[in-house]
Design a protein around this ligand. Structure first.
Ligand SMILES: Cc1cc2nc3c(=O)[nH]c(=O)nc-3n(C[C@H](O)[C@H](O)[C@H](O)COP(=O)(O)O)c2cc1C
Length: 357
């Protein structure tokens, strides 16, 4: 295979190097995987209205999130079990994120602990929280993230139960021997075994996560931390507005990369409604389907303050470790730089909604 020249090439390379069931765990969506596909194709159907005769010799894609400036508008989406892609897992991804001027989001069920990741990577980091039925476990995770210097909490709100990911059911996917959800070891919840009817992650969710999570818990979470709280997994303006009313500082427009409710709206179609409903009362982040710089400019044009980069980061990690993640992020940065020049938008502030036809 030739060297990868874009993020899609990295997926093809990762397929070659990962065991099939692990590749499928990373790639899978729920049901017929319609949302997985549409998260990407919905970007392709948007057309751009570029400006001309704007001097674009000096280009700058930096942004500021919660008072912290970063060189790119990229946030590494929280993704579980990164040690399946590389022996040093999340620590490697977080280091590459720091290097590339992005923010790293650590998953609750990461295979490296909150503290190990903080020690590995000095750059900006946020923590993604799954709310456990056991509020003591939940609170301790938030306290550990705060103590380790994480700068925001993303509460995932689209997993009352796990979507039926057929690849994982077929593969009886479990977290293999020697791997664990590191943050939960001390609570006795490190392992995730399949019972051959349901995958390990699906059973784990069923027994441990709070299926009755409601707006009350959002107010509670906002009350136990000084950090900004974002809700991840919102697709509707009314829910976004309610989130802000309950104390959220931001929204991540997400359908979990098509891994939860199949045929849920592709996120780029949901984004404008959420941006309008939030109306500047918090930040809005786009999540899902980012594969090219051209996707990034469209999400920024429709009002996202930043974009999550998901699966392509895993592919880079599997193919070439830290260098692979760095290259994925740098390719995306260079593609965005190219389209910013072609659109006559030298800075992120120039990227406005009228860029979209
Ligand atoms: C392998 C994998 C693991 C994930 N783990 C989590 C997780 O632990 N918590 C979470 O909120 N989202 C998780 N997600 C969802 C991502 O944060 C994000 O919403 C999704 O990957 C975006 O879609 P894309 O990768 O196609 O761009 C995971 C996604 C993948 C692919």
């Amino acid at each position: 295979m030739n060297d990868p020249i874009n993020l899609l090439d990295y997926e093809a390379h990762a397929r070659q190097v990962l065991p099939q069931s692990w590749f499928e765990y990373f790639a899978a969506g729920s049901g017929a995987e319609i949302t997985v596909r549409e998260n990407c194709t919905a970007f392709d159907s948007l057309r751009l209205r570029p400006h001309v005769l704007v001097p674009v010799g000096q280009r700058d894609q930096s942004i500021t999130l919660f008072g912290r400036k970063q060189a790119t508008p990229f946030i590494i989406a929280p993704m579980a079990f990164q040690k399946l892609a590389h022996p040093d897992g999340e620590c490697v991804t977080a280091r590459a994120s720091t290097q590339a001027g992005a923010t790293f989001v650590a998953s609750t069920v990461a295979t490296c602990s909150i503290e190990e990741i903080a020690d590995a990577a000095p750059g900006p980091k946020w923590f993604q929280l799954y709310v456990f039925k056991d509020r003591g476990v939940t609170r301790l995770l938030v306290e550990r993230a705060e103590a380790a210097g994480y700068e925001a909490i993303q509460v995932t709100v689209d997993v009352p139960v796990m979507g039926r990911r057929e690849a994982d059911v077929r593969n009886c996917f479990s977290l293999p021997e020697g791997f664990s959800a590191k943050n939960l070891e001390s609570a006795g919840h490190g392992s995730m075994n399949s019972d051959r009817v349901e995958s390990g992650p699906s059973l784990y969710t069923k027994y441990l996560f709070d299926v009755d999570l409601s707006w009350n818990e959002i107010s509670w979470l906002c009350s136990i931390t000084k950090l900004p709280v974002l809700l991840k997994g919102i697709l509707r303006g009314d829910d976004a507005s309610r989130a802000i009313d309950h104390g959220a500082a931001g929204i991540v427009v997400s359908n979990h990369g098509g891994r939860q409710l199949d045929t849920a709206l592709p996120t780029i179609r949901a984004l404008p409604e959420v941006v309008d409903a939030v109306a500047g009362r918090g930040i809005v982040i786009h999540d899902g389907g980012i594969r090219r710089g051209i996707d990034v400019i469209k999400a920024l044009a429709l009002g996202a303050a930043a974009v999550h980069v998901g699966r392509p980061v895993i592919w880079g990690l599997a193919v070439a470790g830290e260098a692979g993640v760095t290259r994925v992020l740098n390719l995306l940065r260079d593609e965005l730089d190219n389209v910013m020049a072609l659109c006559g938008t030298p800075t992120v502030k120039h990227i406005t909604r009228d860029l979209i036809a």
